[in-house]
Design a protein around this ligand. Structure first.
Ligand SMILES: Nc1ncnc2c1ncn2[C@@H]1O[C@H](COP(=O)(O)OP(=O)(O)OP(=O)(O)O)[C@@H](O)[C@H]1O
Ligand SMILES: [Mg+2]
Length: 355
């Protein structure tokens, strides 16, 4: 059973409104659509093989020992499958999962309430765990280590602390920013995994799986074209296949071919490397207004009208992975490849500078 906080649903709806890939009508259907295509078992979860293999061993070992699975932390860029893995683990261990997100845990009683409601063997999933406040973190420490919470009663001189046992549970934390997690919290996770970008081939498999579930007619080259432009990210692959299916129905005979996918994605201004309007605006800004950099992230954020976190978490990881942007101690720099991709000549005075 999956229980999701209303606050998280609201937050998700908000981020979706800012997503350039989603049309207004698709936002309403997104929740159902996500539910249908989210893998429920390791067999359906494509790629991330080394993580899957070590997780399967940990799950089997905990079953054989008849103990609870260690607390797990997943980190990596958005849309790579952290939440999905948490739900798969719950499913594969037969546990109930309670889903919450750190920003919705404001007061001590929020986290205490969540912990007290847990049942033996439950999985507690905390998304964006790096945003947990200090008080909530401190309540979580004994809960993670000793399965107990320390409650204080009374005021000033008569303050008493009571240690209350809670059922044994597995905490799964997810974050796009492992570096922002406090040391003591990170140390309390027995298993830590970084999710990697997917290969084009894995994305093509994900696209074909999604198409099958949603009854889209797609050929291998159509799947490959969408895969190439999906920023190596399953969530984006799933959105783009949906947009391509719309295009196939309206402009073609219903089948997603290479041509249909190309036309659909071009119309969305997603280029052959998967960059969207904002990615290109970011690189253009660095090149045209700052001679390619180095330029500080704060300056870029203001000039682009985006917040720093979105640039760092959503845009940069893929641009860095593609070798289009470098992070240096003095700021961000566009690489030679970025000039080439945008068809911009490097002016001769720049040539001596290492880009
Ligand atoms: N390995 C996979 N195989 C098939 N589909 C996947 C896989 N990983 C993710 N997906 C699909 O991509 C979507 C996004 O994954 P998920 O929500 O788990 O990402 P996330 O890492 O939790 O992102 P965020 O950081 O934004 O919370 C899911 O709905 C799921 O359908
Ligand atoms: Mg998630």
């Amino acid at each position: 059973m999956i229980i999701e906080d209303n606050k998280i649903k609201k937050q998700k709806a908000l981020t979706k409104e800012h997503n350039p890939f989603l049309s207004a009508s698709s936002i309403k259907n997104e929740d159902n659509y996500e539910k249908n295509i989210r893998p429920l078992t390791f067999d359906d979860y494509i790629g991330q093989n080394s993580i899957k293999n070590t997780l399967k061993i940990s799950i089997e070992a905990s079953k054989k020992r008849n103990t609870i699975l260690d607390h797990l932390l997943f980190y990596g860029p958005p849309g790579l499958g952290k939440t999905t893995l948490a739900t798969i683990i719950a499913h594969e261990t037969g546990a109930n999962i309670k889903i919450t997100s750190a920003p919705s845990i404001e007061r001590p009683r929020d986290i205490i309430g969540i912990l007290m409601q847990l049942k033996e063997g439950d999985v507690l999933f905390i998304d964006e765990i790096h945003r947990l406040n200090k008080i909530a973190e401190e309540i979580l420490y004994p809960a993670m280590e000793d399965f107990s919470i320390d409650l204080t009663t009374g005021k000033s001189q008569s303050v008493k602390t009571m240690r209350i046992p809670i059922p044994k549970f597995t905490l799964i934390g997810a974050t796009t920013k492992a570096g922002a997690l406090s040391g003591p919290l990170r140390d309390r996770f027995g298993i830590i995994h970084r999710l990697e970008f997917y290969t084009i081939d894995e994305l093509a498999q994900i696209i074909k799986r999604t198409s099958k579930i949603l009854n889209f007619d797609i050929d291998d080259n159509g799947a490959l074209e969408i895969a190439k432009r999906s920023r190596l990210t399953p969530r984006i692959a799933n959105r783009l296949v949906k947009r391509s299916a719309d295009w196939a129905i309206v402009k073609g005979d219903g089948k997603i071919t290479k041509q249909i996918a190309t036309d659909a994605l071009n119309a969305l201004e997603i280029d052959d490397l998967g960059l969207d309007v904002t990615d290109r605006a970011l690189l253009n800004l660095m090149i045209n207004s700052f001679d390619g950099g180095p330029v500080g992230i704060e300056t870029l954020a203001v000039a682009l009208g985006e917040d720093i976190r979105t640039i760092e978490d959503v845009y940069e990881p893929y641009l860095i992975q593609q070798g289009l942007l470098n992070r240096t101690p003095r700021g961000r720099k566009a690489t030679k490849l970025a000039y080439k991709h945008l068809n911009i000549k490097i002016d001769s005075s720049q040539l001596e500078l290492p880009l």
